[in-house]
Design a protein around this ligand. Structure first.
Ligand code: AP5
Length: 216
């Protein structure tokens, strides 16, 4: 199965992708995580991406398309994958169609997570994650069960993203509405678009997504 989770920053794409990875054995492909790994490694591309991410802007299409084209051929994607953060522009969506067609593959669904902008700054400002396994938490709504210890891997090391501040979030939201939202009608016309209420609690969103997948 090949899915896209679509929604603005803080919609819950990463949270739900990790759950689907566990429940369905699909590989989460987060372009944001890939870019952050490049930035941490200090590659030339990583440093450039870091600058763009901190400004809340989008990394150029060609870089992102090459990154995904190379990634989907890896063995861990053979059972299927969940794209989290890609595509983010119409040219990226068109390139994805072309790269899948070239491989005799196709998308099964694009799941849009509907969330009001008003809650997103709060969701993002409160977010932190396990530095070892990437499990996502929130200061107010999802603390680890044992304070300071990751529920998933037991690590005591947590981190926050440098682009998770109010000013950058506003720029990221603007980029979403101007550059990413046009892919919604693109997928609607193709009959691939499904929508879930991303304002519901995390478990309820998971149930909605599972219902969509059962229906496919
Ligand atoms: P990326 O890493 O993709 O960030 P994003 O799209 O802005 O999304 P987030 O990761 O912030 O949010 P999310 O939807 O995953 O929410 P989460 O589950 O963590 O991209 C970062 C940057 O990289 C971009 O700005 C761009 O510069 C660049 N980039 C990446 N891909 C690119 C591309 N294809 N093209 C060009 N540039 C690209 O949840 C957020 C918080 O809310 C968490 O604390 C969570 O616990 C909480 N939460 C989740 N669900 C719920 C719920 N239902 N109720 C209450 N709280 C919830």
């Amino acid at each position: 199965m090949k899915l896209i989770l679509l929604g603005p920053p803080g919609a819950g794409k990463g949270t739900q992708a990790k759950r689907l990875e566990e429940s369905r054995g699909l590989k989460q492909l987060s372009t944001g995580d890939m870019l952050r790994a490049g930035a941490e490694a200090g590659t030339a591309l990583g440093r450039e991406a870091d600058r763009i991410m901190k400004a809340g802007k989008l990394v150029p299409d060609g870089i992102m398309i090459d990154m995904i084209a190379e990634r989907i051929d890896k063995p861990d994607c053979q059972r299927g994958f969940i794209l989290d953060g890609f595509p983010r522009t119409v040219p990226q969506a068109e390139a994805l169609d072309a790269m899948l067609a070239k491989r005799g593959q196709k998308l099964d669904a694009v799941i849009e997570m509907l969330v009001n902008d008003a809650v997103l700054v709060d969701r993002i400002a409160g977010r932190f994650s396990c530095a070892k396994c990437g499990a996502v938490y929130h200061d107010n709504t999802k603390q680890p069960k044992v304070a300071g210890v990751c529920d998933v891997c037991g690590s005591k090391d947590f981190k926050r993203r440098p682009d998770d501040n109010a000013e950058t979030v506003r720029a990221r939201l603007q980029a979403y509405h101007q550059q990413t939202a046009p892919i919604i009608p693109y997928y609607k016309i193709k009959g691939l678009l499904r929508q879930v209420d991303g304002m519901a609690d995390v478990d309820a969103v998971t149930r909605q997504i599972e219902a969509v997948l059962e229906d496919l």
